[in-house]
Design a protein around this ligand. Structure first.
Ligand SMILES: CCCCCCCCCC(=O)SCCNC(=O)CCNC(=O)[C@H](O)C(C)(C)COP(=O)(O)OP(=O)(O)OC[C@H]1O[C@@H](n2cnc3c(N)ncnc32)[C@H](O)[C@@H]1OP(=O)(O)O
Length: 223
């Protein structure tokens, strides 16, 4: 996964977002940013039907063009080529919640200061659940990824066995959400992490995650 002592690639060493490690990932981050913006525009724009139909046709041309290029289906497929970086680097780009090259990711940035993990995320209107607020499923997804990365500092990282979220007040859209987590306990292969999410200085949700180190290496779990 990630070696937190690796001087070359430790994406959690500081609050600064680790730059893309190749020109390919720099280009994909740009693509993801445009698509992220389009995701928001798809649910917020109030253009005419004609305008929407015309721009959709434009986008279909782009999608059809990209679909003709070779593809790698999943992180491990990228790893296997040997040309895209190691697993940690590729996961850092493609992860569904924290990947900087994934247009679905709500801009989650994580860093570790000693035993405490910090993070920030921001959810635009495509993440709306209750009117004006973030969907609870995305709050849980952010916690899953955040606690999941925070537990790496414990040295025996595992997959989420269970995740419990307490929603204390609605989490606002278009607002920096700050995150904080610490390890509560670790017993054998099991690590319990606890964290909180704040908006404007107020805690909107807390979470507890149980992470279980798999008996087999992660790579062998993939079909
Ligand atoms: C490896 C690095 C990964 C870093 C990525 C983290 C960030 C990403 C976070 C995710 O989204 S992960 C995706 C969501 N999670 C999954 O898909 C996990 C699917 N489940 C599994 O793969 C296995 O069930 C799991 C690895 C969690 C456990 O399988 P094991 O075969 O290792 O469990 P085992 O049956 O040996 O049980 C070990 C202990 O854990 C307990 N346990 C197992 N599954 C549990 C569960 N789900 N909830 C609570 N406890 C559980 C079990 O009772 C037992 O307790 P005791 O030692 O006290 O007897």
């Amino acid at each position: 996964m990630f070696d937190l002592t690796d001087p070359v690639f430790n994406p959690y060493a500081s609050e600064e977002i680790t730059p893309p490690h190749t020109r390919e990932w720099a280009a994909k981050r740009k693509l993801a940013r445009v698509l992220h913006q389009l995701n928001e525009l798809a649910v917020t724009c109030n253009a005419s039907v004609e305008e929407i139909e015309a721009r959709t046709a434009d986008l279909q041309v782009v999608a059809d063009s990209l679909a003709t290029a070779p593809r790698c289906l999943g992180t491990l497929a990228f790893v296997k080529t040997g040309d895209h970086g190691n697993y940690g680097q590729i996961n850092h780009e493609l992860n569904a919640v924290g990947g900087h090259s994934n247009p679905l990711a709500p801009g989650l940035n994580i860093w570790l200061e000693g035993a405490v993990a910090h993070g920030v995320a921001r959810c635009h209107h495509a993440y709306e659940g209750p009117p004006g607020f973030v969907h609870g499923g995305y709050v849980a997804a952010i916690f899953d990824q955040f606690l999941g990365m925070a537990q790496i500092a414990g040295g025996r990282p595992g997959m989420t066995g269970s995740l419990s979220v307490r929603y204390l007040r609605p989490t606002p859209l278009d607002t920096d959400l700050t995150l904080r987590a610490e390890m509560a306990e670790t017993v054998g292969r099991k690590t319990v992490m606890r964290g909180e999410m704040l908006a404007g200085g107020k805690v909107t949700a807390t979470a507890e995650g149980l992470f279980i180190e798999p008996q087999r290496p992660l790579q062998t779990l993939a079909r």
